[in-house]
Design a protein around this ligand. Sequence first.
Ligand code: AHR
Length: 511
Amino acid sequence: MSRVILTLMTLIPGLLLQAQVKVSVHETAADQPRIPAEIYGQFSEHLGRCIYEGIWVGPDSDIPNIDGYRTDVLNALRDLSVPVLRWPGGCFADEYHWMDGIGPRENRPQMVNNNWGGTVEDNSFGTHEFLNLCEMLGTQPYISGNVGSGTVEELAKWVEYMTAEEGTMADLRAANGRKEPWKVKYLGVGNESWGCGGDMDAEYYADVYKRYALYARNYDGNKLFKIACGASEDDYKWTKTVMKKAGGRLNGLSLHYYTVPGWDCDKGSATDFTADEYYNTLTRTAGVEEILRNHIAIMDSYDPDRKVALILDEWGTWYEVEPGFIEGHLYQQNTMRDAMVAAINLNIFHKYTNRLKMCNIAQVVNVLHSMILTDGPRMLLTPTYYIFKMFKVHQDATYVPVSYSPGSITSTSGASMENFSISASRDKNDVLHVSMANPYLDREQKVTLSFDELKPKGVSAQILKADGINAYNDFGKAPSVSPAAFYGAKVSGKTLTLTLPPASVVVLEVK
Ligand code: AHR
């Protein structure tokens, strides 16, 4: 019986299984913020196979590489236009001693990666390897300094080593093969200092921050942008305290928000999940908007001129480790659900860029919400990679506000979200891009976009969708999820209409 009804509903589009949304696009709105490219930042941590195998295989590897960096991953990251890359952690950063990772590789000491599976770290990927990678990718480095188990002197010398033209540290750098200093703008002063980064309370951390930040100097025209450790999720007390005590001494304050689908931190499988779990994941991820708003309101009360940036330097989905992989390596697959999560988040982030200046999804290769997965010599691009690629048109573009009256979806967790996700921007060539996602699994969504003045001359579009929400790209198989041209957008005067299939993401280019 229910199958018959379902079939009928599917056959009558526009009736039960079609949602509709009418959107006004205010492309004539003046004084809109730029969407910083850094919203599309990535995070590389010494965790599992992110650095080793994922990025670095060493120059002697059989896996094709350029100076030790695997060629396939380099090329994929180049295509993504990664604006900023955070390193070396995460929790790893607060046990990392940078001097162990310089000089001839065969002389570098080993350490145990206590946070992530007790794996032996041979330090073959260190400061030179990371900063050279950033240069090869045209990416800004974001160095996460060790405050938890390091010293003020150690961090001060690291900054000097990387950025000074002359002096003892510059001489050491030159002796290690690099005469010219690198440009390093972003410096994180501790990571999760309330937890794995030192177990501090906010009052104490604010003082510690000031001390570390004071001695991290600007050398020879290199201007640091110092980022204090911020809160996790809704820890508003942390934000208040750090802003109150140290707000005048920092350029950025971080925030971490992970999407864990289940109640009580029940992560569930990355690939084997129900429709309920899907909606729980999406409502949880959309909850980032309220978290951003609340932290921004606190920051506004201490910093009304918005001099301090909010930096969401860890975000993404977090599931159970894939069966058969080391627990502490946090390796997970990536499905169409993760693509939906990425699209919804990016559309939200665009709205807050007058305070939110950088976001770093965790982690770029082989860990949580990754762009790329590798298996020995094999590499694949995840559905999330394609979202970042489709959305990169928003990098450095001018935000274009939209207005609409969304419906809502409530998941079994009790949380709600808008039943439609959208964002628009105008690039430097005056081309308008609109990114949209339809979160429904069981209904398409008819979208009508009405422009203030624009009468589009043409539109082209790309779509990401899959046969099932659990679909993922697997090694040795043709990709199940990859973008395709979308021909369903129709222009009529100042209006554009299209119908988004269930669980799909579309990016329009409107001329
Ligand atoms: O991304 C994994 C870990 O999550 C990071 O190392 C840490 O900062 C956070 O707790």
